[in-house]
Design a protein around this ligand. Structure first.
Ligand code: NAD
Length: 534
């Protein structure tokens, strides 16, 4: 495979290169060619050819099969380039991608296919309505390094399935994994217009978005960059689906299954070295279980095995870069909370740091308020349900949250009150792997939803077709206006929407011939149906 952008079915070279670095040792893994202006133009032209064309089901079926066959190989590449342990890459990147492909193959056409929607309005009772999902543009997908495979893969397959070709621009930190997606598409026999993968700098992303063939951007990344992309898309009147940062709260009540909650917090706080948009960053514990919970979790945090992501016994790999590690350590220091365990960089090569627990950081500290994106869980206690909800909602973010309790009633009540795009009960983060579940946040965590049916619908444009094949020469509301037509309209609005159904029905009887004449028998049946409550 050539290590350069994937354009019109081929991997292309270029003059300039980008170095991709392994976070486990800081060494260059490979040099990847950057796309120049000509390559970008070619990619846009190739993608344009596929607008509105849906690849064969067979392509998706083969894609699923080869991804399943290459699971381990791709998981190892993710481990090397991004740093999460292989098992985690399998569980959180490959498996959800396979499951979503399966969902698309079984349910996709039903969701996105043409749908007859008989009109509701009485006046249109004789008509036919049809809803279409049409792809009229190319979608730009820009994604982060923390899930370099699953995040773009799910967005890409949804868009391509719906008939909208994709220009995908992987993070500059994980181009090799991005190009692996191109290889999968090539090997699954997708038409060359379906997917273009461009390795570029940031300036080029904006230029691509400005191209009239691009209809929208599916951006996943930080709030700061998301805002820029959203502003630009807004100015250009293009769709922007923004999946941004998070500051997830995990709320543990006194009746929660404690050992499960301890293990859940440990995993959701430290998997991917805490570099997940929906990592547990704020752990809220009921006063009654606070001490016990902390002593159990401290022991387990200290037992986590930090090491090379290719080692099967590694629980936690390195952070993505030296800068990211420095930022996380600085936030811990500045917060001046009680560091129960961790809080230090690890010696040796690579960007490893200790998994960290911080108690009661000041509510105004950056550690408590901003996304840390590192292996740090900050802990606070609460006494009442109201206090827990208020603490959890006191954030500018709202991606996901979790409630831990044995009570279904409490779980439902608290889940409804939490300001988040998804809430899990007695688990955290796992809704990402449910193909039918929407993914996305409220407040600063973004706009729009991906995954499930939502990704398919957002990838395309909705068209409504309404047809009237009755032989009527003139419709009630057309010219010329007349006292008769006015009376019929008045009668219809009083009868259908006013008070006193019995009176309306009695009024209807002498008007039946007129209604049939001027609006049609179907409208009469529809009015009667509505009046008797059908
Ligand atoms: P980032 O915003 O720095 O970068 C995201 C993508 O945008 C990358 O491809 C990057 O190269 C590109 N980019 C950065 N600056 C740009 C610019 N000025 N112009 C054009 N493109 C630009 O984010 P990141 O560090 O890669 O990822 C981490 C962030 O992503 C975290 O905030 C995390 O919470 C968020 N995230 C959100 C979700 C979600 O589903 N909500 C999922 C994963 C990550």
């Amino acid at each position: 495979m050539g290590k350069g952008s994937f354009v019109d079915g081929k991997f292309v070279e270029g003059a300039e290169v980008l170095k991709t670095v392994s976070p486990a040792n800081g060494q260059t893994i490979e040099e990847v060619f950057l796309a120049d202006g000509k390559t970008i133009d070619k990619a846009l032209a190739a993608a344009e050819k596929g607008i509105g064309k849906k690849p064969q089901r067979e392509n998706f079926r083969i894609l699923k099969e080869i991804l399943s066959e290459r699971s381990l190989e791709i998981a190892e590449l993710i481990a090397i380039e991004q740093g999460k342990p292989v098992q985690e890459a399998l569980a959180a990147e490959i498996y959800p991608s396979l499951s979503y492909l399966d969902f698309l193959l079984r349910k996709g056409e039903e969701i996105i296919g043409p749908k007859e929607v008989p009109p509701y309005e009485t006046m249109f009772a004789a008509r036919e309505g049809l809803l279409l999902h049409q792809a009229t543009v190319v979608n730009l997908i820009v994604s982060p390094w923390n899930y370099p495979f699953a995040i773009p893969f799910l967005d890409i397959v949804a868009s391509v399935f719906a008939g909208a070709p994709v220009i995908f621009r992987p993070s500059a930190k994980t181009p090799l994994v991005g190009l692996e997606i191109a290889k999968l598409f090539k090997d699954a026999g997708f038409p060359s217009y379906s997917l273009q993968v461009l390795i570029t700098g940031h300036r080029e992303v904006e230029e691509i978005l400005k191209d009239p063939r691009i209809g929208g951007i599916f951006f996943t990344g930080s709030v700061e960059t998301g805002r820029k992309m959203g502003e630009l898309a807004g100015r250009l009147l293009k769709r922007a689906v923004l999946e941004l940062g998070g500051k997830d709260a995990m709320v543990v009540f006194e009746d929660a299954p404690i050992e499960r909650a301890v293990n859940g917090a440990l995993w959701a706080g430290f998997m991917n070295a805490g570099q997940t948009c929906a990592s547990v960053e704020r752990l809220l514990l009921h006063k009654k279980i606070y001490r016990e919970f902390l002593s159990r979790i401290k022991e387990k945090v200290e037992a986590l095995r930090v090491g090379h992501p290719l080692e099967p016994e590694t629980d936690m790999g390195p952070l993505i870069s030296k800068e990211q590690r420095e930022k996380v350590l600085r936030l811990i220091e500045e917060a001046q909370g009680k560091v129960v365990t961790g809080g230090r960089a690890m010696e040796g090569e690579g960007f490893f740091m200790e998994p960290t627990l911080v108690l009661e950081p000041p509510p105004s500290s950056t550690l408590w308020r901003e996304e840390v994106f590192g292996p740090v869980i900050a802990v606070r206690s609460f006494e009442t349900e109201e206090e827990a909800i208020a603490l959890a909602n006191d954030s500018k973010y709202g991606l996901t949250a979790s409630v831990w309790t044995a009570s279904r009633e409490r779980a439902r009540r608290v889940a409804e009150a939490l300001q988040a795009g998804a809430v899990t009960v007695n688990d955290h983060l796992s809704s990402y792997a449910e193909p039918s579940a929407p993914w996305g946040g409220v407040k600063g965590s973004g706009l729009g939803r991906t995954h499930g049916e939502f990704a398919l619908r957002d990838a395309v444009q909705i068209k409504y077709i309404m047809g009237d094949f009755s032989r009527r020469k003139k419709l009630l509301w057309w010219f010329p206006y007349s006292p008769k037509a006015r009376k019929t309209l008045l009668l219809a609005s009083q009868m259908l929407f006013g008070r006193g159904k019995l009176r309306a029905m009695l009024n209807l009887i002498p008007s039946i011939p007129r209604l049939v004449r001027e609006v049609g028998p179907a409208a009469l049946l529809s009015s009667l149906g509505k009046l008797i409550g059908l």
